[in-house]
Ligand binder design. Sequence first.
Ligand SMILES: [Ca+2]
Ligand SMILES: [Ca+2]
Ligand SMILES: [Ca+2]
Length: 128
Amino acid sequence: MRFKWTSVVLIISLHLATAFGQSDPAAPFVFTPPTFTEADKNQDVRVDRDEHGRIIIDRFSARDLNADGQLTVDELPAETFSIADEDQDQKVSKKEFMRFRFGIFEQFDKDSNDSLDREEYLRWLDSQ
Ligand SMILES: [Ca+2]
Ligand SMILES: [Ca+2]
Ligand SMILES: [Ca+2]
C-alpha cells in the first residue's frame, strides 16, 4: 500500500508540474514569505536573526515534502541543492539549509547589524 501511495503522490506531482508548465522537480513547493510586519515579531522595526530563522524553518518545512527532516534532490532546485549540501551526502539537513539561507540574509544586511531593516527586508522579499 505504501508503494501505491508513493506512486499516487508522484503522479499528482508530475501532473501539477505539467499543469503549471514547469519542469522544476520542486514544483509543488508553496511558500509565501511573511511581510515585514509579520516577520518583525517583537516590533522593533527590524528583522533580526531569530526572526529570520523562523522564516527559514517555515521554508524548510514547506520544502520537506515527505517530512523526514532532510531535503533531498527532489525537494530543492538543483542549483540550490549543490550549494547547500556542504558535506555532499545528497541530503540538505536543517543546519545546512540554515547556513545557506543565512548566507543570503547576510547579503541583504547591507550595514551588517545582524538584522534587516524595512528597506533591506523589502529588497530581500523582492528577490524571493
Ligand atoms: Ca524585530
Ligand atoms: Ca525531505
Ligand atoms: Ca548534507
